[in-house]
Design a protein around this ligand. Structure first.
Ligand SMILES: Nc1nc2c(c(=O)[nH]1)N[C@H]1C(S)=C(S)[C@@H](COP(=O)(O)O)O[C@H]1N2
Ligand SMILES: [Mo]
Length: 342
């Protein structure tokens, strides 16, 4: 049954190719068999793809896949946009310099204190966390080591009216935030990224990481942690057009595959502190989507997905991918890749 369906789809696809030279015939055919004969993306784009309805494949995801290290270096590296713009992650093994580095903990406290970085290292925890830009598609997922901000909160012995924390960098930058929210978002004072120390001139030795919040919360070169009784502020929402991020990461040298071969597409999906609930695939220009649920995902990491598709009949194809979130948001724009089957 499934095989027969595929043959039919393939035959229709071949027809679309052979008719492509004659726009009138193609238009007439498209009107008759709009769903299976192929589709063109926009009137301006001449390319016609063969359509596969309800594309089937095998799907899996793995949240512990890390970004290639050159991606980590160039995260937010598009200075032109101004958003998330300074390459921050230049590595250096500087653990021996930690002895001289202190974080000042103060504000409305009974007694201000300093935490030596050397002491923090003893409490260090390693995890894979994401850092996602609020204004651009940039995201990295990387192994970081740091101490939970919760440890500092505990050391501070706060009075009941102290609800707000501001983690400040050497340039005075810092966003005030409810202590509860910061802890809920797993705020960490990170001193190692990708297994190596953060270089001081690039945001090290300590950077605040809060994976459920956008990158602008990631204060570089932390020097001061200030507690206050100011009213609590919630975490700012990222730009709506960056919600339900999705991207195909393959870069095929020659995207031509033999009929019958297995093609594995891969990429990420993320939505800040909202869980990704599904990754969806279309090979008929968005007429039909095949949805794969992603259950029990952590919002501290990206969702790195794999979709293996068996190349069917020869033709020109396009795969579109989008993500769906636990609160019903769908990627405003799908990520796409073209390939040919011969
Ligand atoms: N100390 C400090 N930390 C900072 C900033 C800053 O200006 N000073 N900019 C923030 C912003 S707006 C972003 S998007 C993130 C990540 O950007 P980056 O690649 O410039 O570090 O750093 C954040 N941390
Ligand atoms: Mo930013």
């Amino acid at each position: 049954m499934a095989k027969m369906k595929r043959i039919l789809a393939g035959a229709a696809g071949l027809m679309a190719i052979s008719n492509a030279v004659n726009p009138a015939v193609l238009a007439a055919e498209a009107a008759q068999t709009a769903d299976t004969s192929g589709y063109s993306v926009s009137p301006a784009e001449e390319k016609v793809y063969d359509a596969v309805e309800n594309v089937q494949g095998s799907f899996r995801f793995d949240q512990s896949v890390v970004s290639p290290s050159d991606n980590v270096f160039s995260l937010f590296g598009t200075a032109a946009t101004g958003a998330c713009a300074a390459p921050d992650f230049v590595f250096e093994d500087n653990e021996d310099k930690f002895v001289d580095y202190y974080l000042n903990v103060g504000g409305k406290l009974q007694k201000a204190f300093r935490v030596p970085l050397s002491e923090m290292v003893e409490q260090g925890k390693t995890d894979i966390l994401k850092c996602s830009c609020a204004m651009s598609p940039s995201i990295v997922n990387v192994e970081v080591t740091g101490i939970p901000l919760a440890n500092i909160v505990e050391m501070a012995e706060l009075e009941d009216d102290i609800k707000t924390v501001t983690v400040k960098g050497s340039d005075g930058y810092g966003i005030s935030l409810s202590i509860e929210k910061a802890i809920e978002k797993n705020a960490m004072l990170v001193y190692k990224v990708g297994g190596e120390g953060l270089k001081p001139e690039n945001g090290g030795p300590v950077q605040l990481w809060m994976p459920g919040a956008a990158a602008n919360y990631f204060t570089r070169q932390v020097t001061d942690i200030e507690f206050s009784a100011e009213p609590e502020t919630d975490v700012a929402q990222p730009s709506q057009d960056q919600r339900a991020k999705v991207s195909i990461m393959n870069s095929f040298e020659d995207a031509t595959f033999e009929s019958g071969s297995q093609i594995t597409f891969e990429g990420y999906a993320d939505d800040f502190d909202v869980a990704i609930s599904a990754v969806e695939f279309s090979m008929d220009g968005g007429n039909t989507w095949t949805s794969y649920e992603t259950q029990d995902v952590s919002t501290n990491k990206w969702v790195y997905w794999y979709f293996t598709y068996e190349a069917a009949e020869p033709g020109a194809y396009r795969l579109d991918v989008r993500s769906r979130t636990a609160d019903g948001k769908v990627s405003p724009m799908a990520s796409s890749i073209e390939f040919n089957v011969v």
